[in-house]
Design a protein around this ligand. Structure first.
Ligand SMILES: NC(=O)c1ccc[n+]([C@@H]2O[C@H](COP(=O)([O-])OP(=O)(O)OC[C@H]3O[C@@H](n4cnc5c(N)ncnc54)[C@H](O)[C@@H]3O)[C@@H](O)[C@H]2O)c1
Length: 347
């Protein structure tokens, strides 16, 4: 499959490294508004470099594009790619508004091509372990989910779009939070009711919250409580916990680990399993966290190819991208209006 990369920044470069490790996939073209950046990352003279996506799409003979620009540009680029008949993997958040996400999902449907959202956290091994523990019934019937994601906020950012409402479309919930919103929905299923609070007392970034707390509920009455924060002074970390009728499972990062507690019956004898990922910890210590991201992107690309071929795939599709932005925006509305927000069933 021939890929074009749109946006040769931090994530675009990691995406290119991961794609190079996927059999049958080749990076054929790179476009960036800064062509020096694009040229610097071309691995060979076979990779065509463009300054404008409208030049690249008709010329480069591509099957798919990866969109890794700041979120405010995702919609135009993704819709152009669908008009040119390409499959698309777009970085998270899918776009900076619910309306833009909807238009992207509609464009995908009209083109008959695949839209995937870059929710690579689904490919963390400890998340896969958690998902399997739920799916195989190890913790009994799922009752509720608890999730957290945070980092230190302003000191983390390299660009103003990362905390600008007109860039990313919100605050912590649209940034680190969007991954755990997706993960929560991944294990809990569709969410139809949202209640939440946001605050911006620490960084005072206007409409971009530094803390968001959400309560989500699915139509079966199973719920999740989650927090996304830009005031996690201990540094980047996230966790997802699932509680069931016979136990619980926790996926934590960093360090990457799992905790599983199971019982033969509710209230019965408890068995505790702790799982570490020593090779990952060592690799991250000596090579950096990017090594894990590349590994996950690699699996995500493999699943992306499967999705384009109509095969079963764990990758987040366009609807997952839209739903996550819808949930974040429902928290914003709930926080302002002090009401629970109902989300529509069908998209
Ligand atoms: N999956 C993850 O865990 C993860 C982590 C961080 C960021 N992201 C997402 O990845 C995307 C990119 O983030 P980044 O940190 O790489 O940003 P970045 O600023 O490092 O890179 C963005 C690149 O896009 C280029 N660009 C901007 N507008 C363009 C356009 N119209 N056409 C072509 N190129 C254009 C810029 O020149 C820059 O090189 C964002 O959507 C961000 O939210 C995802």
């Amino acid at each position: 499959m021939k890929f074009g990369l749109i946006g040769a920044g931090c994530i675009g470069q990691l995406r290119a490294k991961a794609l190079a490790q996927v059999e049958g996939c080749v990076l054929s073209a790179i476009v960036d508004v800064d062509p020096v950046r694009a040229r610097a990352m071309a691995s060979s003279s076979d990779v065509k470099i463009f300054k404008d996506v409208q030049e690249m799409l008709p010329q480069a003979n591509l099957d798919a594009v990866i969109v890794s620009t700041p979120p405010q540009f995702h919609e135009d680029l993704v819709v152009s790619a669908f008009k040119a008949g390409k499959h698309v993997l777009c970085e998270k958040p899918l776009a900076n508004s619910v309306e833009a996400c909807r238009r992207m999902v509609d464009a995908a449907r009209a083109s008959g091509k695949v839209l995937a959202t870059g929710f690579n956290h689904r490919y963390f091994p400890q998340i896969q372990y958690l998902k399997q523990a739920i799916d195989t019934g190890l913790i009994g019937e799922l009752d509720h989910v608890r999730a957290f994601a945070g980092h230190t906020g302003l000191s983390e950012f390299r660009n103003s779009w990362e905390y600008d409402i007109n860039g990313i479309g919100g605050g912590a919930l649209m940034d680190v939070g969007i991954h755990i919103i997706d993960l929560t929905r991944y294990v809990l299923g569709e969410v139809d009711e949202v209640y939440g609070f946001t605050s911006n007392r620490v960084w005072n970034l206007g409409a971009s919250e530094d803390n968001g707390i959400a309560l989500l509920r699915n139509p079966q009455g199973k719920y999740a409580v989650l927090q996304a924060t830009w005031t996690e002074w201990k540094g980047y970390r996230f966790y997802l916990e699932a509680y069931g009728t016979k136990g619980m499972v926790r996926a934590y990062y960093a360090p990457m680990m799992n905790l599983l507690i199971t019982q033969d019956k509710p209230g019965g004898r408890r068995k505790r399993t702790v799982r570490f990922y020593p090779m990952t910890m060592l690799r991250e210590k000596f090579i950096g966290w990017q090594s894990s991201v590349i590994q996950m992107f690699r699996q995500e690309f493999t699943d992306f190819v499967r999705l384009t071929r109509g095969k079963e795939s764990a990758i987040a599709d366009g609807v997952a991208g839209l739903r996550a932005v819808e949930i974040a925006n429902a928290v914003y509305r709930s926080s302002k209006e002090h009401i629970a927000i109902r989300l529509a069933g069908n998209i």
